[in-house]
Write a protein that binds this ligand. Structure first.
Ligand code: KIV
Ligand code: ZN
Length: 405
């Protein structure tokens, strides 16, 4: 199960994520989020789209300069992180991007052009030959700017829609590699199909391109399977994984950073990330973006650690001190979340919940004693709904103590 290849976490929160916020972050806010990314230990960050506005240009330049300054002061993450800007396949965009990112220790120009039949015909109004020519021209131009100081990423936008023209796409990708691109990104710009089809396409590209080229995946979550597509792509050759904090991004978001990180970690992959920073990061990003965390969001939702039914509470309780819980995907301290299993009392709960709640408050109780209190609490819960731990304690004090004299 152990995979020795290391993933390259390339975060797009400050570009794809920010462009989709109802109220995009200003430059000071973007800086705060960027510092969180460095603390997480990301290997790459796409920090904006310099040609899109003066403000984004300034922000990308500021973050590139900040990275250089932090690197000079000895920050290990800043020394190594790739700082990238997005540019359409237009010379003026690429030029502007370089003017902004050039100050970073490892600057990158990321340019993109659609290669799907649907987009070439209906959006770009270009023939496949024209698309190939333009892509090569732009990558050559980008490479002429970065020289040996930085690198070039090319994205075949709408790659997930290229099931029928993969030969053409591979031909374009070989040509842009020839022109100087060293990272080839394969966006599932709109998630329409099952992950297996996309992962097979990624594998096909991986097998067709030289092995010194980094294959990257960038998945949107339109059907809720972006994490699956991203994690499985890693195991067929994709090294760069484009992800976003809290799964922010256009429409249903980009692939969730934390889910990919933990999915790989649980599969024996060394992510090189400070996983223990995940929970705090998620809370801050939710607060700063104004996008609440869904209560059942994997890993970070409030409900992720709550067990309500008697069977689950019993299993959780019996395995609470073990690394692998019966109903727990990870020991939550790995992501800096203090609580592991949280038991609350509902009409579905059993004596284990009573026992755990009461003993957590420091009282002594046997399971037999808990069995006596459970029906009382069950009746109350049928009338009142879920009982908080404090309410259970009150009932224990009032009734159980009295019952037992
Ligand atoms: O989703 C997408 O295709 C993109 C590209 C610009 C990489 O965000
Ligand atoms: Zn995207």
């Amino acid at each position: 199960m152990t995979e020795t290849r290391k993933p390259f976490f390339y975060d797009v929160t400050l570009r794809d994520g920010n462009q989709a916020l109802p109220k995009p972050w200003n430059n000071a806010q973007k800086k705060d989020v960027y510092l969180l990314l460095l603390k997480l230990g990301v290997q790459g960050a796409e920090v904006g789209f310099p040609a899109s506005s003066e403000m984004d240009f300034e922000s990308v330049m500021e973050l590139a300069k900040l990275t250089a300054q932090m690197a000079e002061e000895g920050d290990e993450v800043a020394k190594n992180v790739v700082v990238s800007g997005l540019a359409r396949c237009i010379e003026s965009d690429i030029q502007r991007c370089w003017e902004a990112v050039q100050y970073a220790p490892h600057p990158r120009i990321h340019t993109f052009l659609a290669t799907s039949p649907l987009s070439m015909e209906n959006v770009l109004h270009m023939t496949p030959e024209q698309v190939k020519e333009k892509a090569v021209k732009c990558v050559k131009f980008a490479k002429s700017l970065v020289g040996d100081r930085g690198d070039v990423e090319f994205s075949a936008e709408h790659f997930g829609d290229c099931l029928e023209n993969m030969d053409f796409v591979i031909d374009v990708l070989k040509a842009v590699v020839e022109a100087g691109a060293t990272t080839i990104n394969l966006p599932n710009t709109v998630e329409r199909y099952r992950p297996k089809l996309y992962v097979d396409q990624v594998k096909q590209v991986y097998e067709a391109l030289p092995k010194n080229i980094t294959i990257s995946v960038h998945c949107h979550n339109d059907l809720g399977m972006a994490t699956a597509a991203t994690v499985e792509s890693f195991f067929v050759g994709a090294t760069q994984l484009e992800v976003a904090l809290n799964g922010l991004g256009e429409r249903c978001g980009n692939t969730n950073f934390y889910e990919v990180a933990i999915g790989l970690h649980n599969s024996g992959v060394d992510t090189g990330l400070h996983l223990e920073r995940i929970y705090e990061t998620a809370i801050l990003v939710s607060h700063w973006s104004g996008v609440p965390i869904y209560i059942r969001a994997p890993l970070i939702g409030t409900e992720a650690i709550v067990h309500r039914s008697g069977i689950h509470q019993d299993g959780a309780s019996k395995t609470k001190d073990m690394k692998k819980g019966a109903y727990r995907p990870i020991d939550y301290s790995i992501i800096g979340r203090n609580q592991n299993d949280t038991l609350s009392f509902t009409s579905q709960s059993g004596r284990t919940a009573v026992y755990e709640i009461i003993t957590k408050f420091g009282y002594k109780m046997t399971l037999q004693e808990a069995s006596k209190l459970q029906p009382v609490l069950k009746r109350l819960s049928e009338a009142e709904g879920e009982l908080s731990a404090e309410r259970v304690l009150d009932v224990f004090r009032e009734q159980f103590v009295n019952v037992n004299g």
